[in-house]
Every structure is written in C-alpha cells, then in structure tokens.
Design a protein around this ligand. Structure first.
Ligand code: HEC
Ligand code: HEC
Length: 324
C-alpha cells in the first residue's frame, strides 16, 4: 500500500518447443504416464508398503534419483533409483549402486531424511535440502517408512564395501572426541609424501582443521573418507560445496562451511579434488573437472542451501568447540 501502482503485463509463457505443444504432451503421456492407485506388495510388510507408496508417489524421489531416457521419462528396471541429476547436482544412486562409503541402514537413513544430516553421512545440500526440510515436518514414522523401502532397494552391501566401512568405523572409535588430545582441533590431514602436491597442501591448510578435527556433526565437518560426495561418480557436488560453502539456512540454526570461490582458482580446485579422491576414496580418479568447475562458478550460490538441523542437534554449537 506504500508503493506507487504500476501497470505491468504478466510475462508470456515461455515453455520451449516441443513442450509448448499440447498434442505432443498427450503422446508422451500415452507412452509414459501410468495412472491408477498404488498396489501394495503382499509379500512385504505394512511399513515397507507405506514407504514405497510415499517414495514412489508424493516423495517423487525418482524425479531426481532415477536417470531419464532421451524423452525425459524416468527409466525403469535396473535404472530405477540408479542415480540422476538435479539442477547441476548429482543425485546419488539409492539402489545397489549407492556409492555411500558407510552403507545406509534404516536408522541412519531415517535420521538423514527427517533431520537433514546424519553423523556418519553428512549434511544434505542443494536440491536435497528442501526435500529433507519438508520431510522434517511430517511424522518421523513416514521418514522411517521411506527409509525402510529405500534400504531394501540398496540391498546387502558387498563384502568389500562392508569391510571398508567396518575399518572406517573402527577408526571413528579411535578418533572419537574425548579420545583425542586437547590439541585435536589443529591436527592435520595425512599429507602426501610429495611436497610438490599442491592439492595436499591446500587440504592441510584450508580444510583439515574442520574435517579432521573429530568434532561431531552437524556443526563439525564430516571425515571425508565417509563422504558420498568424495566417493560419488562425479565431482559436481563437492565442487559446488567448495565454491559456495554451506551457507547458514535463513533464520535457522544450521551447519556452515565457508566458500572458496574467491580464494581458489580452477587449477587449485582441480588439484584439491584429485588429492581428496586419491586419499579419501578407493575409487578411480574423476574425469577432468574443468568444465564442471566453470559451470558451477557461473551458477554461483543459487540453489545452494542446507537446512536447519531439527531438534536433535546439540542446542548450542559454540559451547562444544569454539576453535573456528
Ligand atoms: C529435487 C531433487 C531430489 C529429490 C526430489 C530427492 N532427492 Fe535425494 N538427493 C538429491 C541430491 C542432489 C542429492 C545430493 C545432495 C548432497 O550432495 O548433499 C541427494 C541426496 C540424497 C541422499 C544421500 C545419498 C548419499 O549416499 O549421500 C539420500 C539418501 C537421498 N537423497 C534420498 C532421497 C529420498 C528418499 C527422496 C524421496 C523422498 C529424495 N532423495 C528426493 C536430489 C533429490
Ligand atoms: C569452518 C569449518 C570448515 C572448513 C574450513 C571446511 N569445511 Fe567442508 N564442511 C564443513 C561442515 C560443517 C560441513 C557440513 C557437514 C558435512 O556434511 O561434512 C562441510 C561439508 C563438506 C563436504 C560435504 C561432505 C559430505 O559428504 O557430507 C565437503 C566435500 C567439504 N566440506 C569439503 C571441504 C573442503 C575441500 C574444504 C577446504 C577447501 C572444506 N570443506 C573446509 C565445515 C568446514
């Protein structure tokens, strides 16, 4: 009421061809739209069926986590939940191909879906953050049902994954806060033997103080050998996180990480990524990240947010550790 009135035309609908042709959409629906109500699987229990109903229906997890065919429809069969893409972020596989170094179980996945973070898997970012934010407003039983369904799709981890995860968890025990000397916050990463390794030097200087301090999540940084981001099929997500950091969610308490957009050039980020992949993962090197880094810089911090930490996070992070 305090502003001058203006006369403005609503913008034209700018759906690109061929999406602006109703007839073509009818054809697409004929091919890919399956109508009908959800049919429970009688061989599974009620919680699993509720999870399937929510994940496949309102949760539309597959919209991001299932790869699409040339016509933009979600692929079926083995491709179901096999990992997709959303707004330049990799939406990791949620089936047997899950790259999570610590396999998800129903408890950890419930915690992540409902609260937006999990102690051994990290904090949800990018387009996943609003999903968790919304799930957090539902009864926890719904997140648990979705977790039950999704974990069943992931299946039993291979013995190699299980062994590696057990070894990481044993190291966690040894490095639990309290098990460390008081100077733990300044502990440095396993720096590579090669003093000319620029990636190792950047990691030790810029990242290690938070990620190797053993400070509990969500406010501490995850040990990166636990991180799906470092073990995933593309470096897209760690690049977004390195450039833009993890900004505090609007009006809420949440984890933060500084962004390095202005501090590191493309070559330094590439070296840092190569070092982290080599050190914190047993997977083959990523392809040259130059293009992803350039696109991520161009996008800026748009869409980048984490979320509030829900009610089970410690009440006052500054009381735990103030070293950063
Ligand atoms: C709008 C796109 C989108 C939707 C919808 C979505 N996700 Fe995600 N999800 C992502 C992205 C992107 C990531 C990676 C986020 C990151 O790096 O923190 C992710 C990460 C995850 C992870 C962490 C995987 C790992 O190993 O670290 C889980 C688990 C997950 N999503 C489950 C779900 C479930 C269950 C649903 C449905 C209720 C869902 N997602 C819906 C985009 C989405
Ligand atoms: C001030 C502390 C701090 C510093 C410094 C910091 N981080 Fe983080 N980082 C965090 C926090 C907090 C999170 C959110 C919790 C989590 O998921 O690890 C995070 C998350 C991440 C993640 C996502 C991990 C996952 O899968 O959940 C990556 C990758 C990452 N940081 C890389 C880096 C790199 C590389 C550097 C150095 C260039 C760095 N961080 C410096 C605090 C920090």
């Amino acid at each position: 009421m305090t502003r001058e009135a203006v006369s403005a035309e609503p913008p034209e609908n700018e759906l690109p061809f061929p999406l602006d042709m109703r007839m073509i959409l009818a054809g697409w629906k004929l091919l890919f739209l399956r109508e009908g109500t959800f049919r429970p699987d009688p061989t599974k229990d009620e919680v699993w069926n509720r999870g399937a109903y929510l994940a496949e229906g309102l949760g539309h997890c597959g919209a991001c986590h299932t790869p699409r065919n040339l016509l933009g429809a979600e692929r079926k069969g083995e491709a179901h939940f096999a990992g997709g893409e959303a707004e330049g972020w990799t939406a990791y596989a949620l089936n047997e191909a899950s790259p999570a170094p610590i396999p998800w179980d129903v408890d950890s996945l419930t915690h992540y879906l409902h609260g937006g973070w999990e102690a051994r898997h990290g904090v949800a970012r990018g387009p996943m953050a609003p999903v968790n934010s919304n799930l957090g407003t539902l009864p926890e039983a719904d997140s648990r049902a979705i977790a039950t369904y999704v974990v069943s799709l992931m299946g039993e981890p291979s013995s190699r994954t299980r062994e590696r995860a057990d070894a990481l968890l044993r190291e966690d025990e040894a490095h639990r806060p309290g098990a460390l000397p008081a100077s733990a916050g300044s502990q440095t990463a396993p720096v590579s033997a090669d003093p000319g390794d620029r990636g190792a030097a950047i990691y030790a200087g810029a990242c290690s103080s938070c990620h190797d301090a053993g400070r509990p999540l969500p406010y501490g940084g995850l040990r990166l050998d636990h991180s799906t981001a470092i073990n995933g099929p593309t470096p897209a997500n760690p690049i977004h996180v390195i450039l833009n950091g993890i900004p505090a969610p609007e009006g809420e308490r949440g984890p933060i990480m500084p962004g390095y957009d202005g501090a590191l050039d493309d070559g330094q980020i590439a070296d840092l990524l190569a070092y982290m992949r080599r050190t914190f993962s047993d997977r083959p090197p990523w392809d040259d990240p130059a293009e992803l880094i350039a696109t991520s810089r161009a996008r800026g911090a748009q869409g980048q947010r984490s979320l509030g930490t829900g009610s089970d996070a410690p009440a006052n992070p500054s009381k735990q550790d103030t070293s950063w």
